[in-house]
Design a protein around this ligand. Sequence first.
Ligand code: FAD
Length: 492
Amino acid sequence: MVDASLLNADSNVTYDVIVIGAGVIGPAVATGLARKGKKVLIVERNWSMPDRIVGELLQPGGVRALRSLGMAQAINGIDAYPVTGYTVFYDGEQVDIPYPYKSDVAPVEKLKDLVKDGNDKVLDDSTLSTRDYEEDERERGVAFVHGKFLNNLRRIVGEERTVTRLQGNCVQILKNELNEVVGAKVDVEGRGKVDFKAHLTVVCDGIFSRFRKELDSQHIPSAGSSFVGMSLMNAKNPVPMHGHVILGRSHMPILVYQISPQETRILCAYNSPKLPSNVKAWLIKDVQPFLPKSLRPSFDDALLDGKFRSMPNSYLPAKQNDITGLCVVGDALNMRHPLTGGGMTVGLNDVVLLVKKIGDLDFSDRETVLEELLGYHYERKSYDSVLNVLSIALYSLFAADSDNLKKLQRGCFKYFQRGGDCVSVPVAFLSGLLPKPLLLTRVFSAVALYAVYLNIEERGFLGLPMALLEGITILFTAAKVFTPFLYREICG
Ligand SMILES: Cc1cc2nc3c(=O)[nH]c(=O)nc-3n(C[C@H](O)[C@H](O)[C@H](O)COP(=O)(O)OP(=O)(O)OC[C@H]3O[C@@H](n4cnc5c(N)ncnc54)[C@H](O)[C@@H]3O)c2cc1C
């Protein structure tokens, strides 16, 4: 039975903003703009807690964005689990990669009107401690059950006085005779299809977005791989409070991270959006043998339970918001490989920038809002391109299916093993704390050269001519998995 207050939004007023979708990004947009005094309608087709295996590890850059928005407590009271870094396993060896020092990163920006009464601080609860988040010398991320996090975000947006929540399926973006967006048509239980008007319509309808094509009919994601996910109950994680990335020459990457005191998520990459016909047999053959020993009992239990779910891994470079009255944010706008857990971090930082750019404008002045949105597209690039390109490049290496990629994969792991900047800089990219695409290019080139060097070393003196030849092809392969994506992100 749907709460009646979710069905009675007024269709006779013109809202400042209609937000379509209350996933991760919609509530952040709606809360931010409401705190700037805007009258907001947020439409979600189902306000009850979703059960999905997406968006469970929030990088430090995402936690910082929540702080900037005054929504830090969205990670409280949900048995969330702190994340202090990663451990990468490669054919029996491992390297720990802690998150960066706070002293190496700029202080968190507190957005005017949004941050108040300590809402930028993580509170003490049964699993998180204020001291760890506020006083630890290093940045922290956090992992959680996705639906519980969403419930918190939705509760926070519901507490805003100028926000109206509506349950309904948005079926159409409304346009005037000039092709400008003027609102949304929503199918509401008991009311049928109702038109709601707004100066600005913000589309946050997520990975399977129906309305991203309003920006451009060619704004379509591509999916080259998928993740098969399972819950490991009471797993003995090799390194507590770390995300685990399990790599190897003869298998696809496996991610393992704890999302609550009892539950650990395992995501196993499969190099096609279409799953193998017998998923269980594939898990037994291509995943189980490569897991650290301590995870085996919980993995075997999960296999017996047989509850696996899968999601396609999509890629979608952003497109400029260039239509009057329309703004697309979150996965509807831009997607990257989930291997690096960057999606929510990108989306939440986009919201911070969006609120900064347009939050203080009068939304009835649609031309000025549009001008700011045109600029927003370019300003978001330095942050987003790093996380997006990193995810695609690392996936290519970690899921290596050719000799050259396998050499790059090994080079990457050995590069991490060198420690110092070889670890601290890459993890700063991954955490969403170093938005420098040119530096990313330099680091990726250094990894490629290191892979070439290791190959020369391995071939020895007699194999030098062959190693030099291979070196050229390794560098060519590295350029192929990196440059086109960087180009699309920066120049698109
Ligand atoms: C397998 C996988 C694992 C991932 N893991 C991570 C991770 O660990 N860390 C990370 O940061 N990111 C991760 N991501 C990415 C992350 O999940 C997304 O970036 C994030 O969820 C995007 O938020 P969003 O609000 O744009 O979309 P969503 O969270 O998908 O929300 C969209 C919302 O819109 C609603 N909606 C859709 N259509 C309509 C409509 N017509 N009318 C009304 N409502 C509608 C939906 O019900 C939904 O609530 C992962 C992605 C995948 C595929």
